[in-house]
Design a protein around this ligand. Structure first.
Ligand code: IDC
Length: 336
């Protein structure tokens, strides 16, 4: 009897401390996540935060927002943050493909998705890239009026969100840097800077964002602009890695705003050897990178297994081989 009366207060006391620990640590984590979002700025060939610390952004890109809108949800982004250790989400909005922003897509619905995506990323304390995903429309000037109006809206809407980056043309191709891409970037930068003086702007380069070397000696005057390099490890080899290295060594801030470990079709085989070479370069320069793509589409680059219909909380078995590979890489990079 005496033992029983002693045991009860001890158990109650232990439960109280466990509860205190759980709520206390959970609360602290949220605060830390929110306050960890600082404005980023370009310094030399990398990004840094307000304390002058080099920052590597790591994350996953959505598939086309019009095609896989269901993955724009807070729990999905939280899984990527907590389990993958991603600190960035890219919102890919096609412009010309089927259902694209400039090809008959529902502009209102697309803008709403962008707004929701930014809201979730903000509440989770992660960075978010608003991506004007040109592809078939190889020349960014094809839809420049729509681009101007869109970035006017976005930069006004998100002017207080220090975590937003603007990617203004995903993958230009068959057009020159000097005559087409650079003038386009100057015009869109002007639109964004009217509302937001500091957000990082990502500019695509020629040949599906591979020719970062063309920017050497010919960059934009805007100080907070970075230049996109995209790679698919089973297609892009030493020649492309050399372009990246050449640009970085010339102090060009390179941002890998899209990549995968399969071939450039977004499918086919995975090339782990080439991926390893790309990532040793990325690690050496602390370059930011984003994996294509957050969906369960039956293609190699999708990070969710085609058999998995869960929209968040993915376990190892729910990920594709590509997904498992990137999760391992991001966890490793988060520890550095
Ligand atoms: C691919 C998608 C695929 C979709 C296609 C549309 O993976 O499901 O049908 O676009 O054209 C890029 C592009 C990116 C491509 C990806 C793979 O930025 O939109 O996605 N890729 O082809 N550049 C190089 C490869």
């Amino acid at each position: 009897m005496k033992q029983k009366t002693l045991l009860l207060p001890v158990i109650c006391c232990a439960m109280f401390f466990v509860a205190l620990f759980l709520t206390g640590s959970g609360g602290a984590m949220e605060v830390q996540a929110a306050s960890s979002v600082q404005r980023l700025s370009v310094k030399g060939n990398h990004l840094e935060n307000a304390d002058g610390k080099t920052v590597q952004l790591r994350g996953v890109s959505t598939h086309g927002l019009a095609w896989y809108p269901q993955y724009v949800n807070k729990k999905a982004f939280k899984t990527l943050r907590d389990d993958w250790k991603a600190n960035t989400i890219r919102l890919a909005m096609y412009t010309e493909e089927y259902g694209g922003y400039c090809s008959g897509g529902d502009q209102k619905a697309l803008k709403k998705l962008v707004k929701q995506g930014v809201k979730y990323a903000t509440s989770l304390g992660t960075y978010v890239i608003v991506d004007w995903h040109i592809l078939n429309d190889n020349d960014p000037n094809t839809h420049i009026e729509e681009a101007k109006a869109f970035f006017k809206w976005a930069s006004k809407t998100f002017r207080k969100n220090k975590n937003v980056l603007y990617e203004i043309c995903n993958e230009p191709h068959w057009v020159g840097w000097n005559d087409y891409i650079k003038p386009y970037a100057q015009k869109i930068t002007k639109v964004i800077r009217k509302n937001d003086k500091k957000a990082v702007i990502i500019v695509g380069t020629n040949t599906w964002s591979q020719d970062v070397d063309e920017v050497i000696g010919n960059r934009l005057s805007d100080k907070n602009t970075v230049y996109a390099l995209h790679f698919y490890a089973a297609t892009h080899m030493d020649g492309n890695r050399d372009k990246m290295k050449k640009a970085l060594d010339a102090k060009i801030p390179v941002f890998v705003s899209e990549c995968s470990i399969c071939d450039a079709s977004g499918s086919g085989n995975i090339d782990k050897d080439s991926a390893k070479k790309w990532f040793s370069l990325i690690s050496k320069y602390k370059t930011s990178y984003i994996a294509w793509n957050l969906s369960n589409k039956d293609e190699t680059s999708s990070v969710i297994s085609p058999y998995c219909t869960k929209l968040s909380g993915w376990k190892t078995k729910d990920l594709s081989e590509t997904g498992k590979w990137f999760r391992t890489q991001m966890r490793k990079d988060a520890k550095k």
